[in-house]
Design a protein around this ligand. Structure first.
Ligand code: A3P
Length: 299
């Protein structure tokens, strides 16, 4: 029997063990084959729920490992420097297994789908999380520009879809809870998008310490400068302008959209916000995770 279930409202997604995968981009046999993916001690995995700062962290990691792009590596696609492990089906040239060490990888997978060798090992995981109201707002816009995702007629419709976990990657609550409650099984550093907004330099330093990468002040300055929103907004790779034509409709929106905290306030009604807060309390309070919800530092 087929263990997957189609996701209500979106015929392009199937749900398997709580995660929602794009059918064509992430076939189940490929996802399951990741269980045999061999992990090396010096691998670095950057993991996020979608729209939590993935490309930003990919950029930072690339900069840290590529000498601040002082060696011409800015002309190499970020996704080639930090490739996805779960989207290889559209990127057949990227043989993740044979890459030279140290290998950098990006993933949106929940903790139960990552290669088992990542558990209880030396390989490093950086998990980036973002306040879920802004994740929701960002994903709402992303859905509109991604040709392979179902577009919602309005934010209110999307709000319920997001809460039901009927979106790519499933429910935000499950993703964050899964990784956070299994943190003892991984060599993991948790980073928050909002902390990167508030003090990027400190977060980059924190990452470098975790990665055992010593950067002098000048190199650190370069990494921080090239990872700012305004710099990345000019970068065609950060904006995914090099993707195949059928992936994104870049006339509808930009990948580097606003890059701020609190944009959800421009779309969420008071009633929806109250509903969200109640659910957040119910599902997440026991974890003791705190997020910054607006630029005034509201927690
Ligand atoms: P918005 O849509 O809210 O602007 P991901 O890479 O996980 O898909 O996340 C994309 C989100 O991260 C987008 O959020 C994008 O603007 C934001 N982002 C990317 N680079 C950023 C940067 N350097 N500074 C701030 N936000 C950034």
């Amino acid at each position: 029997m087929d263990p997957t279930t189609p996701v209500l409202r979106d015929s392009n997604l199937y749900r398997y063990k709580g995660f929602c995968f794009f059918k064509e981009l992430m076939p189940l046999d490929f996802i399951e084959s990741l269980q045999d993916f061999e992990i090396r001690d010096d691998d670095v995995f950057m993991i996020t729920y979608p729209k939590s700062g993935t490309i930003w962290t990919q950029q930072i990691l690339s900069l840290i490992y590529c000498d601040g792009y002082r060696n011409g590596t800015e002309f190499i696609d970020t996704a080639e420097k930090v490739p996805w492990i779960e989207f290889r089906s559209y990127d057949k040239d990227a043989d993740c297994n044979s890459r030279p060490s140290p290998r950098l990888f990006a993933s949106h997978l929940s903790y139960n789908f990552v290669p088992p060798g990542l558990k209880n090992g030396k390989a490093k995981v950086i998990y980036v999380m973002r306040n879920p109201k802004d994740v929701m707002k960002s994903l709402y816009h992303f859905e509109a520009m991604a040709n392979y995702a179902e577009t919602s007629p309005d934010f209110g419709h999307f709000f319920h879809k997001f809460l039901d976990g009927d979106v790519f990657a499933g429910a935000w609550f499950d993703h964050v809870r899964g990784w956070y409650t299994h943190k003892d099984e991984f060599n993991i550093l948790f980073i928050k998008y909002e902390d990167m907004i508030m003090d990027l330099r400190s977060v980059v330093k924190q990452m470098c310490t975790f990665l055992d990468k010593e950067l002098d002040d000048e190199s650190l300055d370069i990494v921080v400068k090239r990872a700012t929103f305004n710099e990345m907004k000019k970068d065609p790779f950060a904006n995914k302008e090099n993707m195949p034509d059928n992936f994104f409709d870049l006339k509808i929106g930009k990948f580097m959209r606003k890059g701020t905290i609190g944009d959800w306030k421009n779309s969420m009604t008071v009633a929806l916000n109250e509903k969200f807060d109640a659910l957040f309390q119910e599902k997440m309070a026991d974890l003791g995770l705190h997020f910054i919800w607006d630029m005034n530092g509201g927690i």
